[in-house]
Design a protein around this ligand. Structure first.
Ligand SMILES: [Zn+2]
Length: 115
């Protein structure tokens, strides 16, 4: 059988090899204690280099950048249209109301005589 800890061949029906057992005897654990064993599959997966994106050729980079630029132009255009409509609506609202000229936006109250 293969040792659960190190992966070397363990004698007979032993779960751990003799060297691992001698190491584990130095730090005994109560029965029923959950123990995390290293997984040989996970170790090999972790050693592999992470999958990287293939480097793009200059032509592909130009295509990607043109797409990004087109998207940006579209966003800016939509933003300009929305801001223009909002400004027009605001100007229209201001012109509809009888807004006094600047400096004339006060009223004189003649009822408040101090006499
Ligand atoms: Zn072992």
């Amino acid at each position: 059988m293969v040792c659960l800890k190190c992966g070397r061949d363990a004698a007979g029906e032993q779960v751990f090899c003799d060297s691992c057992l001698s190491i584990m005897e130095e730090s005994p654990v109560k029965p029923g204690t959950p123990v995390l064993l290293p997984s040989p599959k996970k170790q090999t997966a972790a050693k592999k280099a992470p999958h990287r994106k293939r480097a793009l050729s200059p032509e592909e980079q130009v295509i990607h950048l043109r797409k990004a630029l087109r998207r940006m132009y579209l966003c800016v255009g939509v933003l300009i249209v929305v801001l223009g409509m909002a400004t027009a609506l605001l100007v229209y609202e201001i012109l509809q109301k009888d807004v006094p000229a600047i400096g004339q936006n006060y009223t004189i109250d003649t009822t408040m005589n101090t006499e």
